[in-house]
Design a protein around this ligand. Structure first.
Ligand SMILES: Cc1cc2nc3c(=O)[nH]c(=O)nc-3n(C[C@H](O)[C@H](O)[C@H](O)COP(=O)(O)OP(=O)(O)OC[C@H]3O[C@@H](n4cnc5c(N)ncnc54)[C@H](O)[C@@H]3O)c2cc1C
Length: 440
């Protein structure tokens, strides 16, 4: 049986495996998927996790529960030698080993892209994985708890209640709006904190936010956030964040305890540890049939999809001619990829990827959202319902969809849960404090 190795079990990798299970006969191929994480992260829900609107576990999808015929390995792929058709698998515990394969599928996604701005690496946090979203949520609530005991107007209180998001793309604006929404609802629970004492700053280097929507719609979003007590700094760069002291290119500076970095992503640098061709922006070179290509044409038995790949956008709408890195493309590419691999195993020709954007929909905190498709824009409550409807159904697997909708219904009836469990980081502290020890 040919052995298929999938590197990365995110949106693209998980769906490729799931669909290969569907299209391939039992004895047609053996599929192995490697990912250090035991779950797929539904990243569009990270802003809502950070806002406490979705329970963290409900925004991820277990690999082992839903991939019945795929061999799942929890480890990191640290090298791919495609000339030899081997991959080095490095587990968290135990020795690395070489895995041989016949076909490789590269779906290792993207990571946060940062710039060497002083203080960012040490003080900021990204919003690409579930742990980061949980940490942002806990930090907002914890900061309220700490600030509640401090005198009005104190510098420390101001710092604790100042939140910064860097990057005004879709993910950044969603995160910013959701964080603001959580803070606004927390104010009601803290009599010693007024709304005016909470400060939210979004820093965007360009002269506009959300390039996926029209300029007019983006202005509406800015106005809506402004009305909710959030400040958007356009044409502004973060110059320094050392020890939480924010310095902007405009000369403005202030202290902030929470800095969320959402200023773009880049293809997972792990692909540099392969002998596969990489284009100038650091993604795997691919053709529209999702085959990895070099100057001579397709590299035999090497496929890719999702954020790690530079897949030509045949609709002509893509930035620089390539599909933009989003879940809309990742899931559709993965489904076609599984079909193409199945076709190639059966001696048939692969098909080319062609997908016209369904538009962009964003949640902007409770009861507010925005949707744009070509010149059509829907704003406010209706767009928020569309956002929840679309993503609630888009998260893979029915058991997850039901959990997420259940979450939203419970929160509507009982309001969002604002308990933070940051003490989980030191779970033994209470036991250790009172534990009796043998005498010296
Ligand atoms: C906050 C946020 C909001 C978003 N909102 C939207 C939205 O509203 N709509 C939309 O269409 N898109 C949205 N996106 C983008 C979308 O989530 C991504 O485009 C999509 O997840 C890409 O899928 P992928 O499979 O390529 O990568 P990922 O889903 O990132 O999966 C990559 C996988 O590879 C694994 N991996 C990494 N390194 C290795 C290694 N060395 N070995 C093995 N495995 C490895 C990772 O653990 C991960 O599981 C959002 C993204 C973010 C961050």
């Amino acid at each position: 049986m040919p052995k298929i190795l999938i590197v990365g079990g995110g949106y693209a990798g998980f769906y490729t495996a799931k669909k290969l299970e569907k299209w391939l006969g039992r004895n047609e191929a053996q599929v192995t998927m490697v990912d250090p994480l035991p779950y797929l992260t539904y990243q569009p829900f990270l802003p809502e996790v950070a806002a406490g609107s979705i329970e963290p576990r409900h925004a991820v999808v277990s690999h082992r529960r839903h991939l019945k015929r795929t061999r799942v390995i929890n480890a990191r792929v640290t090298y791919v030698n495609h000339a030899e058709k081997t991959a080095t698998i490095t587990p968290e515990l135990g020795e690395p080993w070489q895995e041989t394969y016949d076909i490789v599928v590269m779906t290792a996604g993207a990571v946060s892209r940062t710039f060497p701005i002083p203080g960012v690496a040490d003080n900021a946090i990204g919003l690409k994985n579930i742990e980061e979203a949980i940490a942002v949520r806990d930090r907002i609530i914890k900061n309220f708890e700490l600030a509640a005991n401090l005198p009005e107007g104190s510098e420390e209180k101001k710092r604790l209640l100042t939140f910064v998001v860097v990057g005004g793309g879709f993910a950044g604006i969603e995160a910013f709006a959701e964080m603001r929404s959580l803070a606004s609802s927390l104010v009601r629970q803290f009599p010693t904190i007024s709304f005016e004492e909470t400060h939210f700053h979004l820093i965007e280097a360009m002269g506009r936010i959300m390039p996926e929507v029209s300029l007019e719609t983006s202005k509406w979003v800015i106005k809506s956030l402004d009305q909710r007590g959030a400040t958007i700094h356009l044409d502004t760069q973060l110059s320094s964040a050392v020890d939480g002291r924010i310095e902007l290119s405009t000369g403005e500076s202030f202290e902030a305890d929470t800095i969320v970095w959402t200023a773009g992503v880049m293809a997972n640098p792990m692909i540099r540890n392969t002998d596969l061709p990489i284009e100038e922006r650091g993604r795997l070179r691919a053709n529209a049939a999702l085959q990895i290509v070099n100057d001579e044409g397709p590299v035999a038995d090497a496929w890719t999809a999702g954020d790690v790949a530079a897949v030509p956008d045949l609709t002509g709408a893509g930035v620089g001619g390539f599909c933009v890195p989003n879940a809309q493309h990742a899931v559709r590419q993965a489904k076609l990829l599984a079909k193409n691999i199945t076709a190639s195993l059966r001696g048939e020709d692969p098909k080319e990827y062609f997908h016209k954007s369904l538009g962009a929909v964003a949640g902007l905190g409770l009861y507010n959202g925005v949707y744009q498709w070509r010149k059509i824009a829907i704003k406010g409550f209706v767009a928020w319902i569309m956002h929840r409807g679309y993503h609630g159904l888009a998260i893979p697997m029915w058991e997850r969809k039901i959990r997420v909708f259940g979450n939203w219904i419970m929160n509507f009836l009982l309001r969002r849960d604002t308990v933070q469990l940051s003490t989980r980081i030191a779970p033994r502290a209470a036991f250790e404090e009172f534990a009796s020890r043998p005498k010296a």
